[in-house]
Design a protein around this ligand. Structure first.
Ligand SMILES: [Zn+2]
Length: 168
Protein backbone atom coordinates (compact mmCIF):
# COMPACT_ATOMS: atom_id res chain seq x y z
CA UNK A 1 0.00 0.00 0.00
CA UNK A 2 2.37 2.62 1.28
CA UNK A 3 5.28 1.40 -0.67
CA UNK A 4 3.66 1.41 -4.02
CA UNK A 5 3.62 5.18 -3.90
CA UNK A 6 6.24 7.10 -5.74
CA UNK A 7 9.02 8.40 -3.49
CA UNK A 8 10.22 11.95 -3.59
CA UNK A 9 7.26 14.07 -2.60
CA UNK A 10 7.49 13.14 1.04
CA UNK A 11 7.02 15.66 3.80
CA UNK A 12 10.20 16.64 5.68
CA UNK A 13 11.36 13.94 8.03
CA UNK A 14 14.38 12.97 10.03
CA UNK A 15 15.49 10.92 7.07
CA UNK A 16 15.27 13.95 4.85
CA UNK A 17 17.16 16.06 7.31
CA UNK A 18 20.08 13.71 7.64
CA UNK A 19 20.17 13.05 3.98
CA UNK A 20 20.45 16.73 3.22
CA UNK A 21 23.28 16.90 5.73
CA UNK A 22 25.22 14.22 3.94
CA UNK A 23 28.58 15.13 2.54
CA UNK A 24 27.96 14.05 -0.98
CA UNK A 25 24.44 15.28 -1.22
CA UNK A 26 23.42 12.37 -3.35
CA UNK A 27 20.19 10.59 -2.94
CA UNK A 28 20.56 7.68 -0.58
CA UNK A 29 18.69 5.15 -2.55
CA UNK A 30 18.48 1.60 -1.37
CA UNK A 31 20.81 -0.38 -3.56
CA UNK A 32 18.45 -3.30 -3.51
CA UNK A 33 15.01 -1.92 -4.21
CA UNK A 34 15.84 1.66 -5.15
CA UNK A 35 13.62 3.18 -2.49
CA UNK A 36 14.61 6.55 -1.07
CA UNK A 37 12.94 5.74 2.18
CA UNK A 38 16.22 5.04 3.90
CA UNK A 39 17.79 6.08 7.15
CA UNK A 40 21.17 5.86 8.73
CA UNK A 41 21.36 2.95 11.12
CA UNK A 42 22.69 5.31 13.73
CA UNK A 43 19.69 7.56 13.37
CA UNK A 44 17.30 4.66 13.53
CA UNK A 45 19.03 3.31 16.59
CA UNK A 46 19.70 6.46 18.58
CA UNK A 47 16.18 7.65 18.04
CA UNK A 48 15.17 4.80 20.26
CA UNK A 49 11.93 2.98 20.23
CA UNK A 50 9.78 6.04 19.96
CA UNK A 51 11.64 7.46 17.03
CA UNK A 52 11.64 4.16 15.26
CA UNK A 53 7.92 4.16 15.67
CA UNK A 54 7.84 7.71 14.34
CA UNK A 55 10.07 6.65 11.50
CA UNK A 56 7.79 3.91 10.42
CA UNK A 57 5.04 6.45 10.69
CA UNK A 58 6.95 8.77 8.43
CA UNK A 59 7.49 5.90 6.10
CA UNK A 60 3.79 5.29 6.08
CA UNK A 61 2.86 8.88 5.53
CA UNK A 62 5.79 9.26 3.25
CA UNK A 63 5.29 9.91 -0.31
CA UNK A 64 1.92 11.50 -0.51
CA UNK A 65 2.78 14.33 1.88
CA UNK A 66 -0.45 13.91 3.75
CA UNK A 67 -1.26 11.99 6.87
CA UNK A 68 -4.74 10.82 6.23
CA UNK A 69 -5.70 7.23 6.03
CA UNK A 70 -2.38 5.66 6.72
CA UNK A 71 -1.58 6.45 10.32
CA UNK A 72 -4.02 3.90 11.69
CA UNK A 73 -2.31 1.02 9.98
CA UNK A 74 1.10 2.30 10.93
CA UNK A 75 0.23 2.63 14.59
CA UNK A 76 -1.05 -0.89 14.65
CA UNK A 77 2.13 -2.42 13.32
CA UNK A 78 4.67 -0.23 15.07
CA UNK A 79 4.71 -2.36 18.20
CA UNK A 80 6.25 -5.35 16.57
CA UNK A 81 8.33 -3.38 14.13
CA UNK A 82 10.09 -1.51 16.87
CA UNK A 83 11.97 -4.40 18.34
CA UNK A 84 12.94 -5.79 14.98
CA UNK A 85 14.13 -2.44 13.76
CA UNK A 86 15.96 -1.65 16.95
CA UNK A 87 17.69 -4.97 16.73
CA UNK A 88 18.63 -4.51 13.12
CA UNK A 89 19.89 -0.99 13.68
CA UNK A 90 21.97 -1.76 16.75
CA UNK A 91 25.68 -1.00 16.50
CA UNK A 92 28.22 -3.81 16.52
CA UNK A 93 28.62 -4.98 20.09
CA UNK A 94 31.90 -4.71 21.88
CA UNK A 95 33.39 -7.89 23.19
CA UNK A 96 32.14 -8.33 26.73
CA UNK A 97 34.65 -8.39 29.56
CA UNK A 98 32.26 -9.91 32.03
CA UNK A 99 32.79 -13.58 31.13
CA UNK A 100 36.52 -13.22 31.72
CA UNK A 101 35.98 -11.38 34.98
CA UNK A 102 33.48 -14.02 36.01
CA UNK A 103 35.97 -16.75 35.32
CA UNK A 104 38.60 -15.01 37.43
CA UNK A 105 36.18 -14.60 40.30
CA UNK A 106 35.22 -18.24 39.93
CA UNK A 107 38.89 -19.21 40.05
CA UNK A 108 39.50 -17.14 43.15
CA UNK A 109 36.56 -18.77 44.88
CA UNK A 110 37.91 -22.20 43.97
CA UNK A 111 41.29 -21.35 45.39
CA UNK A 112 40.45 -19.51 48.55
CA UNK A 113 37.16 -20.97 49.66
CA UNK A 114 37.32 -24.53 48.48
CA UNK A 115 41.05 -25.12 48.59
CA UNK A 116 42.92 -28.35 48.05
CA UNK A 117 45.42 -29.09 45.32
CA UNK A 118 43.03 -29.74 42.47
CA UNK A 119 40.78 -26.84 43.28
CA UNK A 120 43.76 -24.51 43.50
CA UNK A 121 45.05 -25.84 40.20
CA UNK A 122 41.62 -25.53 38.65
CA UNK A 123 41.24 -22.06 40.14
CA UNK A 124 44.56 -20.93 38.70
CA UNK A 125 43.59 -22.29 35.30
CA UNK A 126 40.30 -20.41 35.51
CA UNK A 127 42.07 -17.20 36.41
CA UNK A 128 44.51 -17.64 33.56
CA UNK A 129 41.67 -18.40 31.19
CA UNK A 130 39.70 -15.41 32.40
CA UNK A 131 42.72 -13.17 31.99
CA UNK A 132 43.19 -14.43 28.47
CA UNK A 133 39.54 -13.83 27.64
CA UNK A 134 39.77 -10.28 28.92
CA UNK A 135 42.93 -9.75 26.93
CA UNK A 136 41.32 -11.01 23.74
CA UNK A 137 38.19 -8.98 24.34
CA UNK A 138 40.17 -5.81 24.88
CA UNK A 139 42.23 -6.52 21.82
CA UNK A 140 39.07 -6.91 19.77
CA UNK A 141 37.57 -3.77 21.23
CA UNK A 142 40.59 -1.64 20.52
CA UNK A 143 41.60 -3.04 17.15
CA UNK A 144 38.64 -4.53 15.34
CA UNK A 145 35.62 -2.93 16.87
CA UNK A 146 36.37 0.68 15.77
CA UNK A 147 36.33 -0.43 12.13
CA UNK A 148 33.07 -2.27 12.61
CA UNK A 149 31.63 0.74 14.34
CA UNK A 150 32.77 3.02 11.56
CA UNK A 151 31.14 0.66 9.10
CA UNK A 152 27.97 0.85 11.14
CA UNK A 153 28.07 4.65 11.06
CA UNK A 154 28.15 4.44 7.29
CA UNK A 155 25.38 1.91 7.02
CA UNK A 156 21.88 2.66 5.92
CA UNK A 157 18.63 0.96 6.51
CA UNK A 158 15.94 0.77 3.88
CA UNK A 159 12.50 1.10 5.39
CA UNK A 160 10.91 -0.38 2.36
CA UNK A 161 12.62 -3.72 2.03
CA UNK A 162 14.63 -3.84 5.25
CA UNK A 163 17.92 -4.10 3.41
CA UNK A 164 20.99 -2.77 5.19
CA UNK A 165 23.72 -1.42 2.99
CA UNK A 166 26.93 0.51 3.16
CA UNK A 167 27.16 4.05 1.91
CA UNK A 168 29.95 6.22 3.24
ZN1 LIG B 1 15.20 -1.32 -0.16
Amino acid sequence: MIHALKPGARSPSATEFFRSGSKKGVSMQCNKCGSENTQRLQVAFEGGTQDISATSHTAGVGSIGGKLGLSGAVTKTSGTQQSVLAQKAAPPPKAPLKPGVGLIVFGLIMMSFVGGFWFVTFGLASIAGGGYMIFKAQQFNSKEWPALYQRWLESWLCHKCGHIYHHA
